[in-house]
Design a protein around this ligand. Structure first.
Ligand SMILES: Cc1cc2nc3c(=O)[nH]c(=O)nc-3n(C[C@H](O)[C@H](O)[C@H](O)COP(=O)(O)OP(=O)(O)OC[C@H]3O[C@@H](n4cnc5c(N)ncnc54)[C@H](O)[C@@H]3O)c2cc1C
Length: 411
C-alpha cells in the first residue's frame, strides 16, 4: 500500500506521549496525509528509559535520556497537556482531568503503566536515601551509581516483584552491572549479594536461563526465589520479604542491607478499567495480533498498557506501533486489518560491562532473533554495542520519527 494514497479528515486521539505514543503518531503520519492527530500527555519531558540501567552502572549520561515533550511531538500534531481520566467508547470521546471532552474517530491507548511504590510499606519515604534506590526512576538512577561506587563491603539486595513488569530483565541488569564494577574494583568478595525475586525462575524463556545462571554464580549472588518485597525500614536498613508459596502464606523474612535496589510492582493506569476497556487483569483488552480492542473497533492499544502476553519492552512497542499504523491505514482504505503482531519483545541483559545477552522472543517464548546467524543465548560484544551505543541514537533520530527498521509487520 502506498501511504500517500490515503487522505483523510479523520481524527486520531493518542493517550500518552511516551515511547509508543510518539512513535505511533510518526508511523501513522508516514501512511496517512491530512489526518488530525492529538496527543494527550501531562508530562513536560519524554524519556528513553532503557538507558537508565546503564546510568545505574555508571555507563551512560542521564541527561541523554530526557528531552522536552515539545521537541519529540511530530510536527502538525496537537498536544493537550493533561491526563485522561475516562474514555467513553460509545459516543467516542475522552475526558481529561481538567474537564475537557475530546472526540475521536480512532483512539490509541498508549499510556504505559503505573509504578506502584505505594505497594511496599515504608518504601516511598526512604527512596533516594539510606541506601535505597531504583533504576526505574529518572531521578534515582544516578543514586544507584553513587551507591555502587561507594560500596566497599556489606550487604547488597536486588529485588524483583511479581510480573508483569516493564523490562523484566532490568532488576537483574542492575545486579550484574553492580557486581561487575565491584569485581573490577576487587571488592566483590567483601559484599554479600542477594537477588530476591517474587517468581520461581530467573528468566521466563528457558534458553536464556543458563547464561544468566552462569553470571549469577560468577558474581556469587545468592538467588532467593518466591521472595516478594513487602516492607522497607530505611532507618534500620532492613528489607522484609513475604515468602510466597509458603504453606501458611504469611511467613516473612527480614534481611539487612547496605544497598537495596528495588523494582516496584506495576499495574495498568486505573482509568482503563474505570472505562470498561480491560480484561480481568486490568490491562487494555486488545487482540494480541491486531492490537485492536476486542469490543470497540475504533480503539487500539500499544506499549506497556496492553493485555497482550508479550514482554513489556520498548522493543515490543517498536513493532506494535507499525501494526497499529498499518491497521488504521487499512481501515481508512476500507480494507481489512493489514498487519499482525507476533509478540516480539527484547531484553538486552547487560551481564557485564561490554557484554550483553540479547534475549529476543515472541509469543509462547518463541525465539525471534533479529540476526539469526548470531547465537543470542551467549553474551556478545556486538549486542552491547547495539544496546549502549546504537539503540539510544536510533531511538531519538529514528523510531520517534517513524523509521521502521526491522519492525515490518507480519501480513
Ligand atoms: C529501568 C528500565 C529499563 C528498561 N530497559 C529496557 C530495555 O533494555 N529494552 C527495552 O526494549 N525496554 C526497556 N524498558 C521498557 C521500556 O522503557 C518501556 O517498555 C517503554 O517505555 C514503553 O513505552 P510506553 O509508551 O508504553 O510507556 P511510557 O514510555 O512509559 O509512556 C507512557 C506515557 O503515558 C503518559 N500517561 C500515563 N497516564 C496517562 C493518562 N491518564 N493520560 C495521558 N497520558 C498518560 C505518561 O506520562 C507517559 O509519558 C526499560 C524500562 C525501564 C524503566
Amino acid at each position: 500500500m502506498k501511504p500517500e494514497k490515503i487522505n483523510t479528515q479523520k481524527k486520531v486521539v493518542v493517550i500518552g506521549g511516551g515511547s509508543s505514543g510518539i512513535s505511533v503518531v510518526a508511523s501513522i503520519r508516514k501512511r496517512v496525509k491530512g489526518i488530525d492527530i492529538t496527543v494527550i500527555e501531562p508530562g513536560d519531558c519524554h524519556y528513553y528509559q532503557p538507558a537508565w540501567t546503564l546510568v545505574g552502572g555508571g555507563l551512560f549520561d542521564i541527561n541523554e535520556t530526557r528531552r522536552s515533550m515539545r521537541a519529540v511531538i511530530p510536527p502538525g500534531t496537537a498536544w493537550i497537556q493533561d491526563s485522561v481520566v475516562r474514555v467513553e467508547p460509545g459516543p467516542k470521546y475522552v475526558e481529561t482531568r481538567q474537564g475537557q471532552k475530546i472526540n475521536y474517530d480512532f483512539l490509541i491507548v498508549a499510556c504505559g503503566l503505573v509504578l506502584r511504590w505505594d505497594k511496599i510499606e515504608g518504601l516511598e519515604e526512604t527512596l533516594g536515601m539510606n541506601g535505597v534506590t531504583s533504576n526505574y526512576r529518572f531521578d534515582l538512577a544516578e543514586y544507584t551509581w553513587r551507591l555502587v561506587r561507594e560500596m566497599q563491603g556489606g550487604e547488597a539486595i536486588f529485588s524483583q516483584p511479581p510480573i508483569p513488569i516493564k523490562c523484566a530483565g532490568a532488576p537483574q541488569k542492575a545486579l550484574y552491572l553492580s557486581c561487575d564494577h565491584w569485581r573490577r574494583q576487587g571488592v566483590l568478595n567483601n559484599i554479600n549479594v542477594n537477588f530476591c525475586l517474587a517468581g520461581a525462575a530467573v528468566f521466563g524463556v528457558p534458553q536464556f536461563v543458563p547464561p544468566l545462571t552462569h553470571y549469577l554464580k560468577k558474581y556469587r549472588a545468592q538467588v532467593n526465589f518466591r521472595h516478594n518485597l513487602v516492607r522497607v525500614d530505611g532507618q534500620r536498613r532492613q528489607a522484609t520479604f513475604s515468602l510466597d508459596g509458603d504453606e501458611e502464606g504469611k511467613r516473612e523474612v527480614t534481611l539487612p542491607f547496605d544497598m537495596l535496589h528495588v523494582v516496584p510492582p506495576q499495574s495498568a493506569p486505573a482509568f482503563i478499567s474505570q472505562s470498561g476497556l480491560t480484561d480481568e487483569s486490568g490491562w487494555c483488552d486488545v487482540d494480541k495480533f491486531t492490537l485492536r480492542h476486542k469490543q470497540w473497533q475504533t480503539i487500539f492499544a500499544v506499549g506497556d498498557c496492553c493485555a497482550t502476553p508479550n514482554a513489556k519492552t520498548l522493543a515490543a512497542a517498536r513493532k506494535q506501533v507499525v501494526v497499529v499504523a498499518e491497521n488504521i491505514a487499512a481501515q481508512l482504505n476500507g480494507a481489512p486489518d493489514a498487519a499482525r503482531y507476533d509478540g516480539y519483545g527484547s531484553c538486552p541483559l547487560t551481564v557485564e560491562k561490554g557484554k550483553v545477552v540479547l534475549a529476543e522472543f515472541g509469543y509462547d517464548s518463541k525465539l525471534l532473533p533479529t540476526f539469526p546467524l548470531f547465537d543470542n543465548t551467549h553474551p556478545s560484544r556486538m549486542a552491547w554495542w547495539l544496546k549502549a551505543w546504537f539503540l539510544p541514537k536510533f531511538y531519538w533520530a529514528g523510531m520517534l520519527r517513524g523509521v521502521e527498521w526491522f519492525a515490518k509487520s507480519k501480513p
